[in-house]
Ligand binder design. Structure first.
Ligand SMILES: [Zn+2]
Length: 428
């Protein structure tokens, strides 16, 4: 399979050759016979396609979602829009969810993400050990089923969110049971615990026992005194888990003074922590007490990048009481990251593109993309520059993954003849 005449943001206009699902060559574009690619059509797996100078990006990886909660907003609601009401409303709603409903919503969110070019998802899954056992494992069962169902087209990683209260014997039994299942790591939110150190110790205990990596919600708070990332960094070094621990959110890092933040970031770097920012959810949830200058709620995106800490940007919640918007489109998340962190130059845009593809794929250990020798996994976007893609977020994308075209989306505009035009206006 060959794609001719695609715009790589770094290498310029190129032709890409793929054999047996592996990228063989990426060379400067040379004109030659090819079928024109058009949004909405799935080209043959072996043909030569001319992308007409459109943008080529590696497929995206959403390293922080909650598939089990997605698309529950209409059923659950959240009138105040606060985290407190989201937690309370969802806790009331969750016990009545059927497995069929949950799996259908998870599939819908994953397939929409795939249509936008996301071929890998790490989903956190609720894991309530104090519910009846069927309910405790319901989300995990659904996620395991979806992981298997979509395996040829999409990588799904499952991270159960371990409870943050002190464990009794039965909690331990259920956690041991889940670590023996086909999950990919351990999650949680230890900053919500009344005894965070104990909760973090428990996480590392199970990570050591099971050999699984850790990816936790960390310091998702506006309160500068919430600094569990320090304990997580210390335990990471103590247990020699450098490079295998990911901390997400880190909102309170933005609330501490400059010097203190710099010191905390150095500690993160020393401990080999990886980080994820979730700009959509945090701009929605944080700063609720602020008046006048309402904070953005995101972490110190610039400072973490400047320190060389691997930093991905991801969706978090999609259309649920924790965040009523979103569509699982990482180009949209990249755009929001640009707003949140003032990443406005063309060089910044390349960084934004990396934060939704190369960086999260490295976190997930997925050597795939658009470089020779990698498993081919990419999207053609109906845009003629990275700037246009980030400005327009076109839905028209063609997604290729591991040897086949898996999705292609089209949309079109029709003007009334009274406007005297038929073509939609173009970018630029
Ligand atoms: Zn989350």
């Amino acid at each position: 399979m060959k794609i001719k005449n695609v715009l790589d943001p770094v290498r310029g206009c190129v032709d890409v050759t793929v054999t047996d699902g592996v990228v063989q060559a990426v060379v400067p574009h040379e004109p030659g016979p090819a079928d024109a690619w058009s949004p909405g059509a799935l080209p043959g797996a072996a043909g030569v396609v001319d992308a007409g100078g459109r943008l080529l990006l590696p497929s995206a990886a959403d390293v922080h979602m909650h598939l089990d909660k997605s698309h529950t907003y209409a059923s659950v609601g959240n009138e105040s829009g606060t985290l407190g009401e989201a937690v309370a409303n969802y806790a009331q709603f969750a016990p009545g969810v059927t497995e069929e409903d949950m799996l259908a919503r998870m599939r819908k969110t994953a397939l929409r993400a795939l249509s936008f070019g996301t071929t890998a998802i790490r989903t956190h899954i609720d894991f309530h050990t104090r519910a009846d056992e069927e309910t405790t494992f319901r989300g995990i069962r659904c996620a395991l089923a979806l992981k298997e169902e979509l395996a040829p087209w999409m990588t799904i990683e499952i991270y159960p969110m371990l409870p943050f209260f002190p464990y009794n014997k039965e909690d331990h039994r259920r956690i041991e049971k889940v670590t023996a299942m086909n999950i990919d790591g351990l999650g949680g939110a230890p900053h919500l615990s009344e005894a965070p150190e104990e909760a973090i110790d428990a996480l590392f205990h199970y990570a050591r026992e099971s050999g699984l990596p850790i990816d936790v919600h960390t310091d998702e708070s506006d309160d500068p005194s919430v600094q569990t990332v320090r304990t997580i960094a210390a335990k990471t070094m103590l247990h020699h888990m450098e490079g295998r621990v990911t901390v997400d959110h880190l909102c309170s890092l933005s609330a501490v003074p400059e010097d203190e933040a710099a010191e905390m970031i150095r500690l993160m770097k020393t401990a080999g922590l990886q980080a994820v920012t979730l700009p959509a959810a945090n701009m929605y949830l944080q700063g609720r007490e602020d008046r006048g200058l309402v904070r953005r709620g995101t972490t110190r995106i610039r400072e973490l990048l400047d320190a060389g800490i691997p930093l991905a940007s991801a969706s978090d919640n999609v259309v649920d009481p924790f965040h009523p918007f979103g569509r699982g489109d990482l180009l949209q998340i990249a755009q929001l990251t640009g707003y949140a962190a003032h990443m406005v130059s063309p060089e910044d845009w390349k960084t934004l593109a990396e934060m939704i593809s190369r960086v999260p794929k490295e976190m997930m250990g997925l050597p795939e993309g658009i470089h020779p020798g990698e498993k081919a996994s990419f999207m053609i976007v109906d845009a003629f520059s990275l700037g246009e893609a980030l400005a327009s977020l076109p839905e028209e994308r063609g997604v290729y993954h591991h040897g086949s075209w898996v999705a292609s989306t089209s949309s079109s505009t029709q003007f009334s003849p009274a406007l005297g035009r038929t073509e939609a206006p173009q970018y630029g």
